[in-house]
Design a protein around this ligand. Structure first.
Ligand code: UGA
Length: 435
């Protein structure tokens, strides 16, 4: 099938490459000339595990191409997917829909023949109706349907998740659009659950899912605090809870709070929708407030370790909002570092992938190391903020010799507490009471 994908970010690009790999002809549109040039020459513009090989292969075979020209992409397309950002409005925290509405307005002029306009971006309930109205206003004669197909890709696992979805959700009341979407998703149909629902339900499923996962994280984080006070071990508690299939073992890892471009944005937008419809979502409201508080609290936890020697060096390992990505948007690590630099001029940071993105936010407020060893040299405390696999394998005996003081604050429980203590470290994890 012929697909046009508007937006080449963390959603549009993996989605485009995935559909190209399945044999479709994909054209991706973006507004940034330099990005389009790089992508067409086979250079990836973001880091996503497993994407590079598939991307190159499909660029070389011509199954995917990139353009600034909306018209050439949309003309003749069977499906036009909207995968542009819906960032939070700086004041109201509602999803800012200006980019998606602008894209809808622009693409409307070029629709020819029956086209399904499918929204992949995360959009508030009712946005499909608005998009439909906008397209109709611009192009009275257009033959189209607007469908909601929320994406459930996790950053860092986008390619894995694209080819192995837990479910595919299609929101439409139109039989014609349903046929087109079933053709597009035919390679998945007998292998994975596919749910066809009302468009408004589909829009809500995405927010309700992300908010639920954020709540689950908040829950285990509070449980971690409780374990620290009560003498239990949250890792054991999470294991025991997760064995109940009704609860499930995923998303029960305590940490510094959730972050990223999705959970903070989507919980806020969902809470805002609850207020708008006069149906308050109190669990989500609490989750948001407590997650914000947590980052400040975790910053304080680090500062405590150098209070007696304020000039001491803090070595930070991890900047991305989670492991497996270079993305620092709404990263708890960044917020926690901002807390640290209020007290310390000696914060040195390292991340295997996210240095460039972090530098754009943190600027000169911290020093940038070239490796774990470089960051930890003469440090008074090592702080782990992102769950990178590399950090699990740090040679603690070797690294201790390079450090000034042997202290670890492990906000991702990456290290084995007993090994750290045996190596002579004063160790503090999250909710584990092993120190
Ligand atoms: C999330 C959802 O998991 C995807 O299903 C969804 O498609 C995506 O948002 C989106 O809306 O586009 P993502 O933002 O990539 O994916 O990240 P997650 O893996 O869900 O992690 C989010 C945050 O929660 C990270 O900061 C992570 O470290 C934290 N987390 C996750 C925990 O603190 N504990 C856990 O047990 C799990």
């Amino acid at each position: 099938m012929k697909l046009a994908i508007i937006g080449t970010g963390y959603v549009g690009l993996p989605t485009g490459v995935g559909f190209a790999e399945l044999g479709n002809d994909v054209v991706c549109v973006d507004k940034i000339a330099n990005k389009i040039e790089r992508l067409n020459s086979g250079e990836l513009t973001l880091f996503e595990d497993g994407l590079e090989d598939l991307f190159r292969k499909n660029v070389q075979s011509g199954k995917i191409r990139f353009t600034l020209d909306m018209q050439s992409a949309v003309r003749g397309a069977d499906v036009v997917m909207l995968a542009v950002g819906t960032p939070p409005h700086p004041i109201t925290k509602e999803a800012d829909l200006q980019y998606i509405y602008a894209a809808a307005k622009e693409l409307a002029q070029y629709l020819d023949g029956y086209t399904v306009v499918a929204t992949k971006s995360t959009v508030p309930v009712g946005t499909g109706d608005e998009i439909e109205k906008i397209i109709r206003e611009v192009n009275h004669d257009a033959d189209f349907d607007v469908v909601s197909i929320p994406e459930f890709l996790r950053e860092g696992f986008a390619i894995h998740d694209f080819f192995n979805p837990d479910r595919i959700v299609i929101g439409t009341n139109s039989e014609r659009a349903k046929e087109v979407m079933l053709k597009l998703y035919a390679p998945f149909v007998d292998k994975f659950p596919l749910l066809i629902v009302k468009r408004r339900s589909s829009e809500t499923i995405k927010y309700a899912s992300n908010a639920f996962l954020a709540m689950k994280i908040h829950y285990i984080n509070e449980m971690a605090d409780f374990c620290e006070k009560s003498g239990a071990d949250v890792l054991e508690v999470a294991k025991g809870m997760g064995m109940d299939t009704r609860i499930g073992k995923k998303f029960l890892n305590p940490g510094p709070g959730y972050g990223g471009s999705c959970f903070p944005k989507d919980t806020n937008a969902m809470a805002q929708m609850g207020r708008k419809y006069g149906s308050p979502l109190s669990l989500i409201e609490t989750t948001i407030a407590k997650n914000d508080e947590r980052k400040a609290k975790m910053g304080q936890r680090v500062i405590e370790t150098i209070k007696s020697h304020p000039e001491g060096k803090i070595a930070v390992l991890g900047l991305a909002f989670k492991g497996g990505t270079d993305d620092c948007r709404e990263s708890p690590a960044i917020d926690i570092i901002k807390e640290m630099v209020k007290y310390s001029h000696n914060v040195c940071v390292f991340d295997p992938k996210a240095m460039e993105n972090a530098r754009l936010i943190l600027g000169d407020s911290v020093k940038y190391a070239t490796s774990i060893e470089d960051a930890c040299g003469n440090a008074d405390v090592m702080v782990i903020l992102t769950e990178w696999e590399d950090f699990k394998h740090i040679d603690l005996i070797k690294i201790k010799q390079k450090m000034n003081r042997a202290k670890i604050v492990d906000l991702r429980n990456m290290l084995d507490a007993d090994t750290a203590v045996k190596a002579g470290f004063e160790y503090r994890g999250v909710g584990t009471n092993r120190q």
